[in-house]
Design a protein around this ligand. Structure first.
Ligand code: HAM
Length: 426
């Protein structure tokens, strides 16, 4: 028997309802903030990510699912920010619209070592606001992420925030780090010794205790911000205060992708464990549009990992929506022929209806109806056909009555309408 690839998941029908609800809540909140949906391909040119994320980043170095097709090199998207910026430029949205607020929901792929909260195929709910450098949009984006988490009913999360400054500030800070860490280079973990050469900022978020110890007294990157970036960050922080969004300044938060500058943030949750505790993360990437062929323009966004949301959300708050089902049981060949038309009529009238496709006995078919939690069962046999009637069974109280076949659809509609009216009164 074939098995799914490690780090991928089948989302079975009983779980899909929850996914749809999360997506529904997200779409509702996105619309409140006037974000519009974008759908980009899951397969892209490999170079798009080399150029955007940086060729020394962990994702590009180790985690790309690559596809070679003749001379062409593609990959499954490891994230969507680069794809959205590509689509923004390729479709001339920069020239036609300029500033734009976009959201996306979809699968991402990273060749990671699978473990709890770390998959090879996972799903992002993400946003990108492209075309503004203003700190107010950073505030809007962070408020949006906060609203989403609250709307899912998640609490106990923690917002960490930092500023990496502009690329000049980043360079200055890299030099400071290089000097500070040089004497203790041999005490860093082997991974960080490589990071020291290739991507020194990543040392700051190393999870190894020995490295953490060495970094304890390292200065904060925000001490090296130019005046523009300092004011920008202060405005973001004031905005969060004004919105009463709790935050923690973290000098160790640097994010793993090269495109980030200025504001960076992560929403963490203790229930995810210490290794991958981020529910979602994001920040500014003010050079990416230019890097991918557009004009220099500000941009900021974030992505939440749906699988990680599912690990922490209180499933008790999520009641699966039940659509009442009418289950038709046809006894005999003749009844089955009539049954096909009746099913079609029920559905045309907006009633969810199904039937027994296995030709079970009445007892077996009733059991199946019970398994489906059918609200009503319709029984059509030779006796009923002779009198142009059908038996209507209420599965809550077990009562049954004969109804004229020509009237059954209207009768069921009336029953559902009165149940709905009672529900709204409650
Ligand atoms: P990221 O931090 O790489 O950022 O991913 C965002 C979130 O996706 C993480 O916080 C986590 O919840 C989830 N995630 C990442 N990798 C995995 C995995 N292997 N398995 C399960 N969940 C995972 C980005 O991708 C940026 N594009 C976010 C962004 C948008 N920045 C600006 N705009």
């Amino acid at each position: 028997m074939f098995k799914k690839i490690a780090g991928t998941k089948d989302i079975l029908p009983e779980e899909v309802g929850l996914w749809q609800q999360i997506e529904g809540v997200s779409r509702r909140i996105f619309s409140l903030y006037n974000f519009k949906e974008i759908r980009t391909p899951i397969i892209e040119e490999k170079n798009l990510f080399f150029r955007s994320l940086g060729d020394t980043t962990e994702i590009v170095q180790k985690q790309m699912f690559e596809i070679c097709h003749g001379e062409d090199h593609y990959c499954l998207r490891p994230e969507a920010t680069a794809s959205v910026v590509r689509a923004y430029l390729e479709n001339n949205l920069d020239k036609q619209i300029g500033f734009i607020k976009l959201f996306y929901i979809g699968p991402m792929f990273r060749a990671e070592r699978p473990q709890k909260g770390r998959l090879r195929q996972f799903h992002h709910i993400g946003v990108e606001a492209i075309g503004s450098l203003e700190p107010e949009i950073d505030i809007e984006i962070i408020c949006l992420a906060n609203s989403l988490l609250k709307a899912y009913g998640i609490d106990g999360f923690r917002l960490e925030i930092n500023s990496l400054g502009c690329f000049e500030d980043k360079k200055k800070f890299v030099e400071v780090l290089r000097e500070k860490l040089k004497p203790s280079l041999s005490e860093l973990c082997s991974e960080c010794q490589i990071r020291y050469q290739r991507n020194i900022l990543r040392i700051l978020d190393c999870k190894q205790d020995s490295c953490k110890q060495l970094l304890k007294d390292i200065p904060a990157g925000t001490d090296f911000l130019c005046s523009f970036c300092k004011t920008h960050f202060q405005t973001v922080i004031s905005g969060l205060k004004a919105q009463q969004i709790p935050y923690f300044l973290s000098k160790f938060l640097v994010r793993g992708l090269d495109y980030y500058n200025r504001t960076v943030f992560e929403f963490k949750h203790p229930d995810l464990g210490p290794q991958q505790d981020a529910l979602g993360a994001g920040g500014r990437y003010d050079s990416l549009v230019k890097q991918l062929g557009g004009e220099e323009t500000g941009a900021v966004g974030f992505a939440l990992g749906i699988e990680r949301l599912l690990l922490v959300l209180n499933k008790k708050n999520w009641i699966p929506q039940k659509i009442p089902l009418v289950y038709l049981i046809c006894l005999g060949e003749n009844a089955r022929k009539h049954g096909i038309n009746l099913l079609a009529k029920l559905r045309e009238n907006g009633i969810t209806a199904d039937t027994d496709f296995e030709h079970r006995s009445l007892k077996g078919a009733l059991r199946k109806a019970n398994d489906f939690s059918a609200r009503y069962v319709l029984i059509l046999g030779d006796d009923e056909l002779k009198t142009n009637t059908i038996t209507l069974k209420d599965m809550r109280d077990g009562n049954q009555q004969k109804v004229l076949l020509s009237e059954i659809v209207q009768v069921i509609k009336r029953l559902f309408d009165s149940e709905n009216n009672n529900k709204t009164k409650d």
